[in-house]
Design a protein around this ligand. Structure first.
Ligand code: FAD
Ligand code: S2G
Ligand code: ZN
Length: 478
């Protein structure tokens, strides 16, 4: 696409495909699609298109391929790494929000087939209405969409028992960069017929094609759920308690979140709430056990906690007696995550994973290294410890200058990510790479891994129109 005349031809052809209403070009109409959750990146685009179905997506991509226009898919735009931000006027945002139908539920196969624009909370509700659980659950679930969840291989609070988005997916429908539609919507748990093509698109963050539908696993609804907020003396004790709880409960542990006191204190301060325990402790685990059986877990949980109190793994605990109390305990997790996002000045975030056994070392070494670099930094290490994923967030020292702290981001990223790497961990556990962590890819992936990824990308998107500039650093000449 060269001159403005070409642009006008292109936009006219786009409107012919999706209809004038679904082709946004005014600054106001495009604005919400050009900024991302954390306001770290500001995008620009020629248009935002909102196709109604796979056929329109196919025609839009064929047109973009013909004109050399980049395509940036978007679901709920809750991504944490800028993966959905369009970077030029030679790009369009392809928003999947209108493609939100539940296409089928196969109860005997325990699968559901949905379109990519289906909001995660609506997908969870549809499964529940059909008597099943769809277990992907995360803070953005009221707005994020399943196409984005698959494209970022989202995690959330139930990964340790049910797996992440990749493990919940059985089949995909994908529109390839040239517009061809690959229908891989098979609901098979076994299918060994060549390369696992579907897995290429999960976690690709829109750089290989547009996911337009998915066939996903469904699970029995839990009839018995027991939730406890447990004070522990240390992260090490929390990890030991996790192992004990899994062993005694026959792996009925469906959530295990680590919460530091500082995260709760900032949560209470900035979002309100009350501590269900009388005393103040340094570390807590929010633990949930679930079972499809109607009763019996409460006794198991009490046995686990009593053994924990005897051994010193547990200092105190509050078990939810009602669904309302269960929700109050989960709100403690919500305020731990939300209580320092923008209320305490400069914030540097890390979404990292290490082997579960290395969680205590990560917290100890990471905290010491960060405090050595800048004494007074408030380290808030919290989250999905049950699957080895920590949100290792750093808040500026009280009274520090916010921008000066934020200017330390690269330094702190390096400190934290080098320790993660030494512990055989990952510098992005669940949020992906997007624009935010491209430099980390160069530092922490091997040249061979980057070369293989570039080859795959070159094979599937030779014109490089799919979300260019995201995930992969420029290929260095060998
Ligand atoms: P978007 O932000 O719209 O897009 C994300 C990426 O996927 C982009 O690169 C985009 O190009 C691509 N994409 C989107 N749709 C498609 C498609 N149909 N085909 C191909 N590519 C596509 N994430 C977690 O994993 N775990 C958490 O616990 C978690 N907690 C969160 C809590 C809060 C409060 C918020 C705001 C976010 C949280 N997130 C979490 C991050 C975010 O919700 C996830 O990354 C989510 O999967 C993004 O989905 P989305 O639909 O918003 O995707
Ligand atoms: C979570 C999002 C919060 C953060 O709450 O589990 O994925 O700070 C996170 O990144
Ligand atoms: Zn998370």
């Amino acid at each position: 696409m060269t001159q403005s005349a070409d642009l006008e031809d292109f936009l006219a052809a786009l409107r012919d495909i999706v209809g004038r209403q679904a082709c946004l070009t005014s600054a106001d109409a495009m604005a919400p699609y050009l900024v991302e959750e954390r306001r770290l990146f500001q995008g620009e685009a020629a248009a935002v298109v909102r196709p109604a179905n796979t056929e329109e997506v196919s025609r839009v991509l064929a047109l973009c391929s013909e004109h050399g226009v980049a395509v940036v898919p978007q679901g709920g735009n809750t991504g944490a790494c800028g993966g959905g931000v369009p970077l030029s006027r030679r790009a369009i945002v392809l928003a999947t929000e209108r493609m939100d139908r539940i296409r089928a539920i196969d109860a005997d196969n325990a699968t559901i087939t949905v379109e990519a624009g289906c909001i995660l909370a609506n997908l969870q509700a549809a499964a529940r209405e059909a008597g099943f659980l769809f277990p992907l659950s995360l803070g953005g679930e009221g707005s994020c969409r399943i196409g984005g969840n698959l494209s970022t291989n989202a995690g959330g609070i139930n990964v340790l028992h049910y797996g992440n988005a990749r493990e919940l997916m059985l089949g995909l429908e994908v529109v390839l960069p040239d517009g061809r539609v690959w229908n891989g919507l098979r609901g098979l748990r076994k299918d060994n017929t060549g390369y696992a093509l579907k897995h290429l698109f999960v976690g690709a963050e829109g750089t290989l094609g547009v996911i337009t539908a998915a066939t996903l696993k469904l699970f029995p609804l839990p009839r018995d759920r027991q939730t406890a907020f447990v004070a522990v003396p240390s992260p090490q004790a929390a990890i030991e308690l996790l192992a004990h709880a899994r062993d005694v409960s026959g792996d009925s542990v469906t959530a295990f979140e680590l919460l530091p006191r500082i995260g709760l204190d900032l949560g209470f301060k900035n979002m309100g709430g009350r501590d269900p325990l009388q005393q103040v402790y340094s570390w807590y685990a929010l633990i949930e056990l679930s079972s499809a059986r109607p009763r019996g877990l409460r006794e198991v949980f009490e046995e686990i906690l009593e053994a924990g109190l005897e051994s010193g793994m547990v200092l105190d605990a509050a078990i939810a007696e009602t669904e309302e109390q269960r929700r109050e305990l989960w709100r403690l997790r919500e305020i731990t995550a939300g209580g320092h996002q923008h209320q305490e000045g400069g914030l540097i975030k890390h979404d990292i994973s290490v082997p579960v056994s290395a969680i205590p070392a990560m917290i100890e070494r990471g905290t010491a290294a960060v405090l050595e670099r800048l004494p007074g930094t408030r380290v808030i290490a919290f989250g999905h410890a049950g699957d080895g994923n920590l949100h290792f967030n750093l808040v500026q020292p009280v009274g520090h200058e916010a921008q000066a702290f934020f200017d330390l981001r690269d330094t702190m990223n390096r400190i934290v990510h080098d320790i993660v790497h030494e512990l055989d961990g990952s510098i992005s556990a669940e949020h992906g790479i997007g624009l935010l962590k491209i430099d980390e890819m160069t530092r922490y992936k091997t040249p061979l891994e980057l070369e293989l990824m570039h080859r795959i990308r070159q094979a599937i998107d030779p014109a490089n129109i799919m979300n260019p500039g995201k995930v992969l650093p420029p290929l260095r000449s060998r």
